[in-house]
Design a protein around this ligand. Sequence first.
Ligand code: C2E
Ligand code: MG
Ligand code: MG
Ligand code: MG
Length: 289
Amino acid sequence: QAAKATQSRVAFYDRSMDRDTSAQLIMLGELTTALESDQLELLYQPQVDLESMTVVGVEALLRWHHPSGTVLLPSAFLPTAERTGLIRPLTSYVLTRALAQRSLWALDGLDLQIAVNISTRNLFDDTLIEQVRTALREFHCPAERLTLEVTETSAMTDPVGATEMLSILHAMGVQVAIDDYGTGYSSLAYIERLPVQELKMDRAFVGGMAHDPAHAAIVRSTVELARTLGLSVTAEGVEDEMTMTALRELRCGRAQGYHLGRPTSSDLLPTLVAELNTRLKIATGERIS
Ligand code: C2E
Ligand code: MG
Ligand code: MG
Ligand code: MG
């Protein structure tokens, strides 16, 4: 067992790890084991189209059921995975699991857009294209049904390299969304040059829009500019009815957040979607009459 862990560590060793602490090395070993022994789970959070008021997709969000008994959030382990290169097999695992799950739901008549997050390192890794192509083919997923979410900061690490990768994905028909939009330093004019189809406004602005006029103004101008540029817009972090109503009034395309649904396990997701669709239908009906 110890020898195996050592081997795995060596396999994922690279120069950037010289800076790593032993705590990170331990985590790397544990995370390698986690990948091999099914300790990782994907939760799915619904995304609602604000015009039709129906669930149109889900975002896959990673959780680690650590042997210590705690469930770790991505912020606790993704930085180590990124730094050590383990992010490559990790992303490959997430893509496979998410597309497999999507196809199971589709067979049951629940045809959802599936959004998968990718890290900075994936964006500059040539093997990503083949991973995506293989997973799409294996699970008979139309490329248009897959959205890859790339953070604004990742894309801006190397805009030329990012453009190259995103162009190939775009040509395959895969949707690309800029995640956490508004937290980086890029202008929307710059983002528009990237081959992307969607902006996800960060919850820092969305969450504040109901009580902070400056945040409301940022959200309004982002929605308007995105519309002008032909990009679709999703608001993240919608936590209450008031925010959802404000977003509908601005004609923001889609919304995601605790008010609509928490990240949910795959077995409970179909029920959540059905209940949410019913709740939204009733709410919309009441507003019209
Ligand atoms: P993200 O892609 O921006 O995902 C949205 C995050 O906001 C998720 O946190 C979600 O649980 C949380 N969230 C959703 N609605 C609300 C809300 O109404 N209020 C608040 N306060 N939070 C909300 P989570 O699951 O902890 O993920 C954090 C980040 O980790 C993600 O941010 C994404 O960048 C990254 N991540 C998650 N899963 C993966 C993965 O499979 N691969 C990669 N590369 N990154 C991932
Ligand atoms: Mg995301
Ligand atoms: Mg985000
Ligand atoms: Mg985020």
